[in-house]
Design a protein around this ligand. Structure first.
Ligand code: MIC
Ligand code: SF4
Length: 648
């Protein structure tokens, strides 16, 4: 029987397990990537597992999130990452080089390979035909050391594209259209594989925009085949030898098919405060806009920014709007500069921002109170921009440029000078901001690791207790994101220092949480987080599990939990329980005393437990569905202790 692209890559990398949807499998990882905000902990964990050097084909440590350098913390992190990369044989991408996903696509991505990254937007690599998956830092550390990656074998949906996009409509509108159909939850354990005749009209950067923002669907990843368009992109990057063809067999089968006629896709916007809250731009036309920010790993390619520059050429931005552009990589900046396109942007009144994550993670450019901000990034979670009352909309570069000129939402299809930017025959290649080290892949063992005061240690957990003697330390609702649990932005600089960062757990939701949880922990009580649907959406940041663990959280009890966060909870010894009956959510109030007499036995057995609510005098059923490996990890108190005992 024929195979689809996902099945082909999985079969070529299978280490253990039955490749049957829903079953746990382990795969070999060819490439890894880390970024600085998750990377320091990933490499600290790599060190603490006693691993000596990178055993992958390619591993890159990018610095793109914490580049603001207010205070010593960011620079300390950079120095640590640089030294550790050299020591272990990892390629180091210096700050100023660009955003990890854009850079990896340009310089290292290879069709048919597997990529594991400590960032949820790692699926960007699917645009070039990789099986690229986001994971917690410790999973990436294990893969870097040559270990396999464990995942649930996914169900594959074919997204069959026909037709071609109309002028003024681009890849961002396609993924927003997909989000309008599937939403941000209920898609766990699925991969979207794109195919069909419509592929012919989508260049690699456009494909990468689509796979990048597939992360917002909650799918495991998204993937495009590798065809002549992929070949052309790699040749233009000076890497023709890295291309290989990868297509689904003609008789390949899929679990599900979604048909999209590209010609029917309209300009779309994700409205506050969810990437799944999608409307047409036409329905928003005329609404006042205060800020327009173009960039992020979703829409910062040469094609996207050249389109914006040409739209703004010879014009001025609207006087009431502030506009910023953050290119995706140094390559993009250099090419814009050489073609005079930076001049067009600056002349129009655009603020040129650093080629880094910057505004996307709330590191700067926070909008004013109640301001309407249009962004080409991928997440508009409440307060992520740094301003809780801001109204953030996610749009295409074309829609962003139209708003920059009009000062309001405006349909980009009505712009007069819509360009059709072709992919260049050759990109400007200069790898001098990558440090390959004397012996990349081998490492330089004598390198001294630089540990400034911001470089903390990895916190340890204890084995799972026999019984839960708990308290509902917080009760939250549906769609709690990792930005709610462990805020980034101004707090991002504490990523390498868990005791310092832990003070901000749930800061946007309940500022008193950290202190309260620490007091329970110190009094010998276990903290329980009670949540609704889709708990832990968004980022791969394992700090959203590691810091609660540090504060004594032993259980998350939710209606449902998202994939990467669920894996992170297990990796840090926090048991992910689900309500057997979702209505029981209503029976628990914050501060209730919660007891499970046989916690350890339930985890090592069938995962069913009775949770006694001593405050309400009521018992409910809770359940955790675990593989044998996950049970061992939880019983040991997390992945690090399990590795130490040889039980992972
Ligand atoms: C994000 O976009 O939320 C981040 C910041 O890139 C995160 C990673 C992190 O929190 O460090 C992600 O997407 O995984
Ligand atoms: Fe950086 Fe934003 Fe992309 Fe995350 S989503 S990697 S913060 S640009």
């Amino acid at each position: 029987m024929g195979r689809n692209v996902v099945e082909k890559i999985l079969a070529a990398h299978l280490v253990s397990g039955e490749p049957v949807p829903g079953c746990e499998i382990a795969i070999r990882v060819d490439q890894t990537l880390t970024q600085d905000a998750t990377g320091t902990m990933a490499y600290l964990q790599f060190e603490s597992m006693g691993l000596a050097r990178a055993k992958t084909e390619v591993s890159v440590s990018y610095v793109d999130h914490n580049t603001i350098q207010v205070g010593f913390e960011n620079a300390d992190d950079h120095a640590y990452l640089r030294s550790v990369a050299q020591r272990f044989g990892v390629i180091y991408s210096r700050p100023g080089n660009g955003i990890c996903h854009q850079l990896h696509l340009e310089r290292f991505g290879k069709p048919g390979k597997t990529l594991l990254g400590s960032d949820s937007h790692t699926p960007t690599g699917g645009g070039i035909g990789m099986l690229a998956i986001g994971a917690g830092g410790i999973d990436v550390a294990v893969a870097l050391g040559g270990g396999p990656f464990y995942l649930t074998c996914p169900r594959v949906t074919l997204v069959r594209l026909t037709g071609a996009l109309r002028s003024g409509v681009s890849a961002k509108d396609v993924i927003l259209h997909v989000l309008s159909i599937y939403g941000t939850r209920g898609n766990v354990g699925r991969v979207l594989e794109y195919g069909g005749p419509g592929l012919a009209s989508l260049g690699v950067p456009a494909r990468a925009t689509i796979t990048n923002m597939g992360a917002e669907l909650g799918v495991t990843t998204s993937v495009f085949p590798s065809d002549a368009i992929t070949q052309r992109f790699l040749a233009a990057q000076g890497r023709p030898q890295d291309w290989s063809e990868l297509r689904a067999d003609a008789d390949a089968t899929y679990d599900q098919t979604l048909d999209i006629d590209l010609a029917a896709v309209e300009p779309m916007a994700a409205c506050p405060h969810s990437p799944g809250h999608v409307a047409t731009v036409a329905s928003l036309a005329g609404r006042k806009v205060n800020q327009v920010l173009i960039g992020s790993c979703t829409n910062s390619s040469y094609r996207d920014l050249k389109t914006v520059a040409l739209l703004l050429r010879g014009r001025k931005i609207h006087p009431a709007v502030e506009v910023g552009v953050a290119p995706g990589s140094r390559q993009v900046v250099l090419m814009l500069a050489q073609e005079g396109l930076l001049t067009d942007l600056v002349a129009a009144g655009v603020r040129i921002l650093e080629n880094a994550c910057g505004f996307c993670i709330g590191n700067h450019m926070s909008p004013g109170t109640d301001a309407v901000s249009l962004r080409t990034s991928n997440r508009n979670f409440e307060a992520r921009s740094g301003t809780a009352s801001a109204q953030v909309y996610l749009v295409s570069p074309e829609t962003a440029a139209a708003a920059a000129l009009a000062g309001t939402f405006a349909d980009p299809r009505k712009l007069e000078n819509l360009p059709d930017v072709a992919e260049p025959d050759s990109f400007d290649v200069d790898d001098s901001m990558f440090l390959f080290g004397a012996t990349a892949g081998q490492g330089v063992p004598e390198t001294a690791i630089v540990r400034g005061p911001n470089i903390g240690t990895v916190p340890a957990n204890t084995p799972l207790p026999e019984a839960l003697d708990g308290v509902a330390a917080i009760k939250v609702g549906d769609k709690i994101t990792t930005d709610h649990i462990m805020p980034a932005g101004a707090r991002l600089k504490y990523r390498s220092n868990v005791p310092a960062y832990s003070q901000y757990v749930f800061e946007p939701v309940d500022k008193a949480f950290a202190q309260r949880a620490a007091a329970h922990r110190d009094a010998g009580r276990h903290n329980v987080i009670v949540a609704g649907e889709s708990y832990g959406q968004g980022s791969s940041r394992e700090h959203a599990a590691m810091c609660p663990m540090y504060l004594g959280v032993r259980i998350v009890l939710a209606k449902s939990i998202e994939r990467i966060h669920l894996a992170n909870l297990i990796n840090f010894g926090i048991v992910p329980f689900i309500f057997a009956s979702p209505a029981d959510y209503d029976t628990i109030a914050a501060n209730d005393r919660l007891v499970i007499d046989n916690l350890r036995a339930a985890v090592s057995g069938d995962g069913q437990a009775v949770l006694k609510n001593e405050t309400q005098n009521k018992s409910i059923s809770v359940i955790t569905t675990l593989t044998a490996r996950q049970k061992r990890i939880l019983l040991a108190g997390g992945l690090l202790p399990a590795v130490a005992r040889g039980e992972a």
